[in-house]
Design a protein around this ligand. Structure first.
Ligand SMILES: C[S@@+](CC[C@H](N)C(=O)[O-])C[C@H]1O[C@@H](n2cnc3c(N)ncnc32)[C@H](O)[C@@H]1O
Length: 443
C-alpha cells in the first residue's frame, strides 16, 4: 500500500477521539461497530480535520489495490461497511486533502465493486437533488452560505449535524465539464465548533455562470474560444467528437435533413452539418460576440449563407437564448430530424429542461437528439454518475439513449496549462473515453 494510503497517514494525531474511533472501525471493516458509533445524523460523514478522511474513504482505502491476499470474506466485509455507511447517509462526493472522493479512491485502487456502490449512491443523491430541483444552486460558492438546506440536498443526506463536521467541499457537476464546489458553513457558525474541521483544497476556479458568461468578452484564437477569465468555451480538440456526433445524428449523411444546432461556438459542428446539405439548418446562439463573429465577412454563416437556403428561412441564425427561441420554434411548428445541444455556462438542469420540455415537440418521431456530454468530465466518478442520472431523466422524457464510446487522445490534454490547455484556465476534460449520447424516442 502506498505510504499516502496508510492508516497512520490518514488518521491524524489531532483527530477527535470520536471521529478516530469511527474511522478506525471503518478501516477495519467492522460494520457492526460502525453502526453502533453512528448514533446521530451526519456522523457517517465525519472527517479527519487534517486529512479529510471520511469513514467511506477509510473503508475503501483500507482494501488497497487487488492482491493475492484478498479473500472473499475481506471483500464482503468491505462491501458491507461501505453499504452501511451509505445507509446512514455518508456523502458520496466529499473530497479529502488529495482532492479525492471515496469513489476516486476506489477507482484508483481498482476496486470496481466498491466504486459501483459509490456511483449508485451518487446517482441516488443526484436524482433526489433533481427532484428537489436543486441543480441551479449547485454552481456558485457563497450561494451556500445561508442555505444549509442546499448543502443537505447536495449531500442527499437527512440533516446537518450540530458539530459542523458536515462542512466538506463537495464535488458538483455542470455542463461542459464545469465543476463546482460547495463551501461549507459560515465563519460564524464555525466558531460554534470546538473541534477543528477539515479545510478542503481550494477549488481551482469558481464556477461559470450563464448570465456572467453571456456578458463576458470572448477571444477567438487559433484552435480555441475563451472567455475573459480564461475559461475554454470551445476547443479544437473536440473536433473529432463533433464529427462523430454528426455521424450519429445523421446516419448515412443523406442530404435534405432538417437540422437544429444549439450553441455555435467555433462553428465546428455547424460546418459539418452544412456539408451534409440539409434542407433546413437552424442555429441558436445567445452570445453577442459569437453573433458578431458569425456575421463577420470571413464567416461561412453570414447573410449569404442565409440567402442561399433552398427556401426562405430554411438557413437561419436565431439570436437569443435557446430557452426563449425554442418557445418560438415550437409555436411555429418547426420539426427537425437531428438536434444537437452544446451550450456553455449552464448546469445540468438546463440540459434536462431542454430534452424534457422541448425535444418532444421539436424532434421528428424518427429523429435523433444528441448533446455534448461533458457532465462531470473532470472526474471519472462524476462522469459515471451523470451518465446514469441523464439516462434516467432521458427515459422520463420518453427517450432511449445509446452511448457510443469514443477514445480521446489524451497526449496533448494530460496536463493543466500545457499542450491544448495552454492559455485555458481549467482542464475541464480529463478522461480517455467520451460517451457520445444518441437519443431516440422510446418505443
Ligand atoms: C461549447 S460552444 C458550442 C461549440 C459548437 N458545438 C462547435 O462545434 O463549435 C457553446 C456555445 O453555446 C452558446 N450559448 C451559451 N448559452 C446559450 C444559451 N442559453 N442559448 C444559446 N446559446 C448559448 C455559447 O455562446 C457558445 O457559442
Amino acid at each position: 500500500m502506498a505510504d499516502q494510503d496508510c492508516i497512520s497517514a490518514r488518521i491524524s494525531s489531532n483527530c477527535p477521539p470520536e471521529t478516530q474511533r469511527l474511522l478506525t472501525a471503518a478501516w477495519a471493516h467492522d460494520a457492526a461497530t460502525v453502526r453502533k458509533l453512528i448514533d446521530e445524523p451526519g456522523k457517517a460523514s465525519c472527517q479527519d480535520p487534517q486529512t479529510g478522511e471520511t469513514p467511506l474513504h477509510a473503508a475503501i482505502r483500507a482494501c488497497g489495490p487487488p492482491s493475492e491476499d484478498d479473500t472473499p470474506e475481506d471483500l464482503e466485509a468491505a462491501r458491507k461497511t461501505v453499504y452501511e455507511l451509505f445507509l446512514w447517509g455518508a456523502i458520496w462526493n466529499d473530497v479529502d486533502d488529495h482532492n479525492e472522493t471515496p469513489g476516486c479512491v476506489a477507482h484508483r485502487l481498482k476496486r470496481p465493486e466498491l466504486y459501483g456502490l459509490c456511483v449508485d449512491a451518487g446517482t441516488r443523491a443526484e436524482l433526489l437533488f433533481g427532484v428537489l430541483d436543486g441543480y441551479e444552486e449547485l454552481g456558485s460558492e457563497g450561494e451556500y452560505e445561508d442555505e444549509e438546506v442546499e448543502v443537505e440536498m447536495e449531500n442527499g443526506d437527512a440533516a446537518v449535524g450540530e458539530d459542523g463536521d458536515e462542512a466538506p467541499q463537495l464535488v458538483s457537476m455542470e455542463e461542459n465539464g464545469q465543476n463546482g464546489a460547495a463551501e461549507g458553513m459560515e465563519a460564524a457558525e464555525e466558531e460554534k465548533l470546538d473541534a477543528p474541521t477539515f479545510q478542503p483544497p481550494i477549488p481551482e476556479d469558481p464556477d461559470v455562470n450563464s448570465e456572467i458568461y453571456l456578458r463576458s468578452k470572448l477571444t477567438y484564437t487559433d484552435g480555441k474560444l475563451v472567455d475573459n477569465t480564461g475559461n475554454g468555451v470551445m476547443m479544437a480538440w473536440e473536433t473529432e467528437i463533433m464529427r462523430q456526433s454528426v455521424d450519429a445524428l445523421l446516419p448515412g449523411k443523406e442530404p435534405g435533413k432538417r437540422v437544429l444546432n444549439i450553441g455555435f461556438g467555433m462553428g465546428i459542428i455547424d460546418t459539418m452539418f452544412a456539408d451534409t446539405k440539409p434542407s433546413k439548418h437552424h442555429i441558436i446562439e445567445a452570445h453577442p460576440e459569437v453573433l458578431d463573429h458569425i456575421s463577420s465577412p470571413e464567416s461561412k454563416f453570414g447573410t449569404s449563407w442565409e440567402s442561399a437556403a433552398p427556401e426562405p428561412g430554411a438557413f437561419k441564425i436565431y439570436q437569443g437564448k435557446w430557452q426563449e427561441v425554442c418557445l418560438q420554434l415550437l409555436e411555429e411548428g418547426e420539426i427537425y430530424d437531428a438536434i444537437y445541444f452544446d451550450t456553455f455556462g449552464e448546469d445540468y438542469s438546463q440540459l434536462r429542461k431542454f430534452f424534457t420540455e422541448f425535444i418532444p415537440g421539436l424532434l421528428d418521431s424518427d429523429g435523433i437528439f444528441g448533446f455534448f456530454n461533458g457532465l462531470g468530465a473532470d472526474r471519472q466518478i462524476c462522469y459515471d454518475v451523470y451518465t446514469k442520472v441523464s439516462e434516467m431523466h432521458l427515459a422520463d422524457a420518453g427517450l432511449d439513449v445509446e452511448w457510443k464510446n469514443i477514445d480521446v487522445d489524451m497526449k496533448a490534454l494530460a496536463e493543466a496549462g500545457k499542450g491544448e490547455w495552454e492559455g485555458v484556465k481549467r482542464r475541464y476534460w480529463t478522461l480517455d473515453t467520451y460517451r457520445l449520447p444518441i437519443c431516440t424516442f422510446l418505443g
